[in-house]
Design a protein around this ligand. Structure first.
Ligand SMILES: Cc1cc2nc3c(=O)[nH]c(=O)nc-3n(C[C@H](O)[C@H](O)[C@H](O)COP(=O)(O)O)c2cc1C
Length: 222
């Protein structure tokens, strides 16, 4: 697949077919993603692949936490967005809820949607990315971002869809209960992965982007 076509066609997938992903395909994707650049070639990513019973247990654990009203407490503290960034977040939610037929005042359905994130959107597999707590706090996180994008783009080549998500890692102890991720590793982000269900309404979402003029500054050009 052409790289520009891949970048333009990638979108977050929040509804998947139940079909399992062959382990060999996931291995190939990771093998390609290993070429991601990283600061000083430190390659700080640790990858935990989860599927089957392990993933189902994590889903259950997350939902139990949410329904018990436990506050989210990811390894990486979440700082609420403000101003234009908050506005974009709200705009995204409005778009998704409209597609899903969820009314603004329908607290129950909104809560159900939040739980979907905790269930990794019912994807057949999930990728958990973590970094060693001994490494610097800035550059490795940039590296993980690049690694995640490489996975998402590569996945397209195999007909797979992805959603980078932090909803699935809101309760790190749940992930640690069912995987060998130690306390010494910070869980940074997850990626839900699977074959897209194109009939799922939220997969029809076309997210907006700011025009170049709003974020690019050109210096020294004619
Ligand atoms: C770091 C990061 C965290 C994200 N967390 C979530 C999440 O928890 N739930 C979700 O539905 N989407 C999540 N997303 C997906 C974004 O909402 C999505 O990338 C954005 O709206 C742009 O849409 P697109 O990916 O379809 O282009 C996340 C994306 C990133 C990069």
């Amino acid at each position: 697949m052409d790289i520009v076509e891949a970048i333009r066609s990638r979108k977050s997938i929040r509804g998947f077919k139940p079909d399992p992903i062959p382990k060999e395909v996931l291995r190939e994707i990771l093998d390609i993603a290993r070429r991601t650049p990283s600061a000083m070639n430190t390659q700080p990513w640790n990858v935990t692949m989860v599927t089957g019973e392990v993933l189902d247990n994590i889903r259950k654990g997350n939902i139990e936490m949410v329904t018990a009203g436990v506050e989210r407490h990811p390894d990486l503290p979440f700082i609420p967005y403000e101003g234009i960034y908050r506005q974009r977040q709200v705009d995204l939610a409005i778009q998704i809820f409209k597609l899903m037929g969820i009314a603004r005042e329908d607290k129950e359905k909104r809560a159900e949607w939040m739980q979907r994130g905790g269930r990794f959107f019912d994807a057949p597999a999930a990728i958990i990315l973590s970094i060693d707590r001994s490494v610097d706090k800035l550059l490795p996180h940039l590296d993980i971002g690049a690694f995640a994008q490489t996975i998402c783009l590569t996945a397209l080549n195999y007909g797979l869809g992805t959603c980078i998500e932090d909803q699935g890692i809101m309760f790190p102890e749940v992930l640690r209960r069912f995987t060998p991720i130690p306390e010494s590793k910070e869980i940074v982000i997850a990626i839900a992965i699977g074959y897209p269900d194109w009939d799922f309404p939220a997969n029809k979402l076309e997210t907006k982007r700011e025009p170049l003029e709003n974020f690019a500054t050109w210096c020294g050009f004619a």
